[in-house]
Design a protein around this ligand. Structure first.
Ligand code: HEM
Length: 423
């Protein structure tokens, strides 16, 4: 090969940047790209992102266990980057447990755990099944729907209103605000127009939940918000600002990530008809099926950390204060950890994927999301016989951290339909 041909075929640094995810073809199927990244350098300095990018399982676990989660930029840093518009976002992040380390994280998480007990989640089980059935009652006769707009969006949004103890009718408004705000989270490329409307949505959410707190102080309401208002450990309580900031986090997990779990999961099942038939024929496997769907098409593709000191990781010298981006979705497909990682195996044993994170920041809402996912998949497969894709190219949201679909058109058999009628 000549020198020119050689230099043309040689991969460029930009080819290994996570910014490649901004390309629609990579966003819709990032896994071949993650494989290239992991095979090239599982701990890779991404000069375009100014961050180490981790794609191997073992190193991801190390980073999630030992590195710092507090990474909110100060107003001065934002100003220096020309991003002072993000000030209100940073102020909320400073009060969210996800972006804190011990002891502030321990205090906040413990106080919130007093309110968000396994018993509270278990008590919602019947209600969650009822919400799924009521939504589908209106759809089963239609023969087709947009799975995201008609089910995967409203279902967890209504569940979240029941969890929080706020009016069910507010779910539509909250969904719009949460989706709009989520565009800021973990995304790398900010359209200035979207940035302003995301910040406005954040302000609207803050205002909404502050007025809920004022109302519930006068008229207490059964639900997570009032329990957070009462939560107390040795005289220590949550401030209103802390409640609002962390309820917004709950909202993102509940409304955005659970929508993505259901949408991504149904798409994956429809692309793997044998697995779909396996789950439909044996709904008892739903627990492990949800774990596998989470591993296979993770709703949260990556998260961030900061190096606490100079340290070696995967043969690379990391400096104190360096940023790290842990690609959970890539670690989930690391062949050093999972057998046949590119295969969907609904009954996979030993499936400790990283889709809910790891260690002290392990997803606070995972019991609720697991239960919501299990009910959603089994109810959809039971009540929508013949479910099939009506599109070969589903459109993915332009958000490289929160991996989900904008729409998913599906068809299914109407009640009373029998295959023999076709003959
Ligand atoms: C399928 C749905 C969900 C996914 C994939 C998901 C994913 C995650 C991940 C990956 C983390 C860890 C982030 C990190 O370590 O940097 C996390 C943390 C968290 N999640 Fe979720 N989540 C989901 C649903 C929920 C729900 C329903 C709630 C609330 C009810 C929730 C609340 C939280 C909170 C509060 C944290 C921060 C925990 C901490 O910092 O200690 N999530 N989630």
């Amino acid at each position: 090969m000549g020198a020119i041909a050689q230099s043309l075929s040689k991969p460029k640094a930009a080819d290994f940047s996570l910014l490649q995810m901004l390309k629609p073809e990579i966003l819709s199927n990032p896994y071949p790209f993650y494989l290239r990244l992991r095979e090239n350098e599982p701990v890779h300095w991404d000069a375009f992102l100014h961050s180490w990018v981790i794609t191997s399982y073992a190193e991801s676990v190390t980073v999630l266990s030992k590195y710092k989660a507090s990474r909110t930029p100060t107003p001065e840093q934002l100003e220096a980057m020309g991003l002072s518009v993000l000030g209100p976002y940073a102020e909320v992040m400073l009060k969210q447990m996800m972006f804190m380390d011990a002891p502030t994280h321990t205090r906040l998480r413990s106080l919130c755990s007093v309110a968000f007990t396994p018993r509270r989640v278990e008590a919602l089980k019947e209600k969650i099944q009822e919400i799924a059935d009521q939504l589908l009652d209106r759809l089963v006769d239609c023969g087709e729907m947009d799975l995201i707009a008609d089910f995967a969006g409203p279902f967890p949004a209504i569940v979240t209103t029941a969890l929080l103890g706020i009016p069910t009718g507010d779910h539509l408004q909250l969904k719009v605000l949460a989706t709009n705000f989520a565009e800021l989270m973990g995304n790398f490329d900010h359209d200035p127009d979207r940035l302003h409307s995301s910040i406005q949505s954040l302000k609207d959410l803050q205002q909404y939940f502050h007025s809920v707190i004022i109302t519930q102080r006068i008229h207490p309401q059964e639900g997570l918000i009032s329990t957070l208002m009462e939560a107390e450990i040795q005289g220590n309580r949550l401030s209103d600002e802390e409640i609002v900031a962390n309820v917004i986090l709950v909202l993102i997990g509940g409304l955005e990530e659970t929508t993505n779990l259901i949408g991504n999961g149904i798409l994956t099942l429809l692309r793997n008809p044998n697995s779909l038939a396996q789950l439909r024929d044996d709904p008892e496997i739903v627990q492990s099926a949800v774990e596998e769907l989470l591993r296979f098409e993770a709703p949260t593709q990556h998260t961030g950390r900061i190096a606490p000191e100079d340290v070696e990781l995967g043969g690379k010298q990391i400096r104190k204060g360096d940023a790290l981006t842990v690609v959970l979705a890539a670690a989930n497909r690391d062949p050093a950890r999972f057998d046949n990682p590119e295969e969907l195996e609904l009954t996979r044993a030993d499936n400790r994927h990283l889709s809910f994170g790891w260690a002290s920041h392990y997803c606070f809402g995972s019991p609720l999301s697991r239960m919501s996912g299990q009910i959603a998949f089994n109810t959809l497969l039971k009540r929508l016989p013949g479910i099939a894709l009506r599109t070969t190219k589903p459109i993915w949201r332009e958000n490289i951290a929160m991996h989900g679909l904008t729409a998913l058109q599906v068809s299914f058999d109407k009640p009373g339909y029998s295959k023999t009628e076709e003959v």
